[in-house]
Design a protein around this ligand. Sequence first.
Ligand code: DX5
Ligand code: ZN
Length: 234
Amino acid sequence: MIIAPSLLAADFSRFAKETERISKSGADWLHLDVMDGHFVPNISFGPQVVKSIRPVSRIFFDVHLMCSKPEILLGPFCEAGANQITVHVELGEAAVTQLLWKIKSLGLKAGLAVNPPTTISLLQPHLDQIDTLLVMTVNPGFGGQPFIHETLPKIQQAAAWRRERGLGYRIEVDGGINLATAAECARVGADTFVSGTALLGNRSLGTAVKKMRKAVEAAHLKAAGDKHATLQLI
Ligand code: DX5
Ligand code: ZN
């Protein structure tokens, strides 16, 4: 299970210090939300910020591009120290195929995200190209929004495809993730949890990360146990 605090909920005047705090918290990834004010109605930060915090930590940089023209940003974020770059399926099949190929050719991991109103079937042509499938559990653009429960069946579908096709992509969830909603997502197959407000809002980030890891591991084990018990009955 991967816990990925989002820098979007951090104190913007102290990015380096906040990156250090997150890196010392026991978290696995740092989630970096890049918004261009066009694909989403908000602007966050660019490659320069990512480049400036890279020397602070060796933590895995999970760059989430909510941008209409990500193709112009792949090189700069690669140079800035990204480990994974995620683009959105709403950009269209042909563009997404190109983008995923380009991200991989830069030697990075590739992620593909789907917004709540978008059908998950649009991801099918790309499943064997991706390292991470990101199910947005809020409409992108802002932190602190409530979790959308109608997205849970998408996580289940992503897990079913992974199992049926013998694929190895991670299933990431992002938006409104707290202890309760993280456990709900783990129960249906998620294994990577982005959280901004619910984690960064804690004075003791280390304790909050530990609690979330425990909650998702327990939910995952219970779901696996229930499935096993059901199979035994058959
Ligand atoms: C929203 C971003 C999320 C956001 C999560 O568009 O993609 O990563 O920062 O923040 P919380 O956990 O506060 O919903
Ligand atoms: Zn995000």
